[in-house]
Design a protein. Sequence first.
Length: 174
Amino acid sequence: MKKIILILLIIGQFTGLAQDTIKETSETKTIEYAQATFKTTRIINAQSIENPERGTLIFLIQHRFGRLNTGAYNFFGLDQSTIRLGFEYGITKRLAIGIGRSSHLKTFDGFVKYKILRQSTGAKKMPLSLTYYGSMDLTSLKWEDMGVVILPPHKAVGLTATSILVSISQGLLH
């Protein structure tokens, strides 16, 4: 009888330890963030919610073509094409900056992009991602190149500022 009571006490001790371990693991829930909603920082010519990874420099060559229906005279839109060369750099996982130059109106641009909210499940639930994008564009085309005659020659400088919020919900995570 004493042996049975001793065995039950020993088994009860192990059972109590097992329950405490399960309780501890359920309290330490992790946060799972949505990743790669888009595979790049751009969607065609617009911004996505994605940023370059921390310490990553991206070199972009973007181009737009003219209308295809202009025929062989305009080489099916290639004569009206414009190009943009740009760099994007991830300062942190949430913050990115970039600069670029476009052949359209000889435009220089710079931007800052910050992930305000990140879609997540687990201990911290967030149903969507929200990214702020702010940019400044400087047009450096000369007045004469636009067909305006001014003496002495001046540059047509135009400064444009843009701010947008990009939001996306990927749906339920795994």
